[in-house]
Write a protein that binds this ligand. Structure first.
Ligand code: IFM
Length: 452
């Protein structure tokens, strides 16, 4: 069944609303040691026995590095007006400082120019987790010097691409790099030390503010911001213990990033909870972190349910659950957006990632992924509900353009609206891609009708 959004011109989003698909370098490019690219922490982490569920790595991935032009044609066929991608720092600057790799820079220049030739706005993310291994050897994001190296990298990318990209996001999901990378250690670089994780979070935020200032000083015209993974945190029950747990998790996931970015301070309750694991903050850091942004990117997948006792069992919630064991919870997106709008003075917000992994086999050249289509429809509807209540939304991007390397889950989890046959690298549009295509065509037609 088609949603009302799909059919009614009056339900059209604003004409300048940005519609896109998103990917990241390590997850799709492959060519992990080609044309002068240096190793990243994810190349190293993939070699750790047991780190990746299917023992795979990013060396081939979707071969996007070699197939860029055909992938750009595919993106254009979807009818999106934006493509969110990341540049691989070790591809353009193999050791994270010093010499640049011209072949890497040329690749991203072809990508950006190819998008513009096809009428698609490039949305660049500078750091989607693939830190150069050479910088990790010096402490990685736990070392304050990495912030300055990141600024140099940002300026280098700006010098080459800054006049043509619509938007630059500094970091993708600092919580993931901090907590999954340095506290639970299930992501690269695989460190398990909470104090290090909190120092990493601080340096990521600091480097974000430093890069914004440097880019603006360099005359950057692109819209500048950061991408956070945020969820509403709900207590499993009304008990005081569950509510306290939910408040703390909200502090660590949402307020630890939103408060310094928009209020200039870390949340007091989380600082108190961290005790000796608090990060070292130097005078002036918080001012740098709250440098005004042009946009805030939000990656939304599900809610989090906090329990002081047994962990929340998603399979007992009665909600549909994706192949990641994440509840399908579109109402949480509306609630999250309204909360951010009410609690903070935010610039335009973009959903920079939203989508679902589902088991969706390719049968006779087709993928009937009705669950993913429903996921996208209901979440787009959730964005519209928030806009109707006054939230300033600039755009929405599907995660992901195509199936790809899902980090510690390897290639088993498929988020793409395009199916990738990893043996042949053949791309096949799933039903969800065809739905998105026709939804976007309907949006364009509605604007034409309204203009007539
Ligand atoms: O694949 C990831 C992406 O790299 C960052 N956000 C969440 C996605 C799904 O897990």
């Amino acid at each position: 069944m088609l949603s009302p959004l799909h059919t009614s011109p009056t339900a059209a989003f604003p004409k300048d609303f940005v519609w896109g698909v998103a990917t990241s370098a390590f997850q799709i490019e492959g060519a992990s040691a080609s044309d002068g690219k240096g190793p990243s922490i994810w190349d190293t982490f993939c070699q750790v026995p047991g780190a990746i569920a299917d023992a795979s790595d990013g060396s081939v991935a979707c071969e996007h590095y070699a197939r860029c032009a055909e992938d750009l044609d595919m993106i254009a066929r979807l009818g999106v007006n934006a493509y969110r991608f990341s540049t691989s720092w070790p591809r353009v600057q193999p050791t994270g400082s010093g010499a640049w790799n011209v072949k890497g820079l040329d690749f991203y220049e072809r990508l950006v120019d190819g998008l513009l030739e096809r009428g698609i706005a490039p949305y660049l993310t500078l750091n989607h987790w693939d830190l150069p291994e050479a910088l990790q050897a010096k402490g990685g994001w736990a070392n304050r010097d990495t912030a300055q190296h990141f600024v140099d990298y940002a300026l280098g990318m700006h010098a080459r691409l800054g006049d043509r990209v619509a938007s630059i996001a500094t970091h993708n999901e600092p919580w993931v790099m901090s907590v999954l990378g340095h506290e639970s250690g299930i992501f690269a670089p695989g460190i398990k030390h909470r104090a290090t994780a909190m120092q990493v979070a601080h340096h990521l935020l600091l480097s974000h503010g430093m890069a914004l200032r440097a880019l603006r000083e360099a005359g950057c015209k692109a819209s500048l911001g950061i991408v956070l993974n945020l969820s509403p945190i709900e207590p499993a029950t009304g008990s005081a213990a569950d509510r306290a747990k939910a408040r703390l998790e909200d502090g660590r996931l949402v307020r630890w990033y939103m408060d310094p970015l928009f209020k200039g301070a870390y949340p007091a309750d989380v600082l108190e909870h961290l005790q000796a694991d608090r990060p070292v903050v130097q005078p002036g850091d918080m001012d740098i972190i709250q440098t005004p942004m042009d946009f805030l990117g939000i990656n939304y997948y599900s809610r989090t349910v906090a329990s002081a006792g047994e962990p929340w069992d998603v399979h007992k919630s009665g909600l549909e659950v994706t192949d990641m064991d994440w509840e399908v919870y579109p109402q949480g997106l509306t609630a999250l957006l309204l909360r951010l709008h009410q609690d903070y003075t935010v610039p335009a917000m973009f959903i920079t990632e939203n989508g679902g992994a589902f088991k969706d086999p390719l049968i006779n050249g087709q993928v009937h992924d009705a669950n993913r289509t429903r996921y996208l429809q209901t979440h787009i509807e959730a964005v519209r509900h928030a806009m109707a209540q006054g939230v300033n939304m600039g755009g929405y991007m599907v995660w992901s353009l195509m199936d790809n390397f899902e980090w510690a889950s390897g290639y088993a989890k498929r988020f793409g609206i395009v199916h990738v046959d990893y043996a042949t690298q053949k791309r096949t549009l799933k039903d969800s891609a065809r739905w998105y295509q026709s939804f976007l065509a309907q949006q364009a037609a509605a604007h034409l009708a309204n203009a007539a």
